[in-house]
Design a protein around this ligand. Structure first.
Ligand SMILES: C[S@@+](CC[C@H](N)C(=O)[O-])C[C@H]1O[C@@H](n2cnc3c(N)ncnc32)[C@H](O)[C@@H]1O
Length: 254
């Protein structure tokens, strides 16, 4: 059974889809993440998410990183984490994760597959982190429940304040005459957690580094061919820059 917040999340997220006729004309998938965009920094950035996870780890413990990408979330905990498990449905992300863990000398594992379906393979950890994945998820209830079930001490989720692609909505109108519903926000996610009986502590903050926003990448996201990159670059001048506001959601499980 799902409540109104989960239903709202489902509708807002489903409204972010690309109509099949636009997708059919795309030369490259607008959805696949490039591991190079998610490389973990050599020195971890001091963020509320890192501080919350270090607090849960205390003197040490194991970590599960769900939707690990290049491992930015997990590798920020090196020194305190005794073992890292990266879960991702892209093998190329797991390859970058494993390479990063080896370079840092941390015991690690990887699990290939979609959360929450692969939760049984991932097992439990002291701390579960899940950064910048919620906005890829439609069924947030089972996704978040599985995060909680896997965490012996607590969960730390980081997300942008609103759907990461919402800043491109004016360009979808301009290039495809596609009008989207409003984006799902942190408040919407917190509402779903409340329906699950989870009271998350929420910290809002501004990212130092703006997320990726170059014209070539935006052209691909808009399902346009590379020869239109100049036109896209000009159109980007007319919209506000990509927002940097993020939120850390933390809850204890044990
Ligand atoms: C935006 S990236 C964030 C990567 C990393 N957590 C970070 O903060 O840099 C999202 C990652 O989650 C993965 N992903 C998205 N949905 C997933 C799911 N349901 N199960 C497993 N991985 C997922 C993607 O393949 C991608 O690597």
């Amino acid at each position: 059974m799902t409540g109104p917040a989960a239903q709202r999340w489902r509708e807002l997220q489903s409204g972010r889809g690309v109509p099949p006729e636009i997708l059919a004309r795309a030369v490259a998938s607008p959805w696949v993440h490039d591991p190079r965009d998610f490389a973990a920094p050599a020195e971890p950035v001091d963020t509320p998410s890192r501080r919350a996870a270090l607090d849960l780890l205390g003197h040490g413990g194991t970590v599960l990183d769900i939707g690990c990408g290049g491992g930015a979330g997990a590798f920020a905990l090196v020194g305190r984490a005794t073992h890292l498990t990266g879960v991702d449905h892209q093998q190329d992300m797991l390859d970058v994760f494993a390479e990063g863990a080896r370079a840092r000398g941390v015991p690690h594992d990887t699990v290939l597959g979609r959360w929450p379906e692969v939760a049984p393979d991932a097992g439990e950890a002291d701390v579960v982190v899940c950064h910048h994945v919620l906005h890829n998820v439609v069924e947030l209830g089972p996704f978040a429940e599985a995060l909680s079930a896997a965490a012996r001490r607590g969960v730390v989720v980081e997300m942008l304040a609103q759907h990461p692609m919402a800043w491109l909505d004016p360009l979808w109108v301009r290039f495809h005459d596609l009008h989207r519903p409003p984006p799902a926000t942190t408040d919407d996610a917190v509402g779903v957690l409340v329906e699950l009986g989870i009271r998350a502590e929420v910290t809002s903050w501004e990212r130092e580094k703006p997320p990726k926003q170059d014209a070539e990448w935006v052209t691909r996201r808009l399902c346009l061919p590379p020869e239109r990159v100049g036109e896209v670059a000009a159109a980007m001048e007319e919209i506000p820059p990509r927002p940097r506001m993020a939120a850390t959601l933390t809850w204890r499980t044990g």
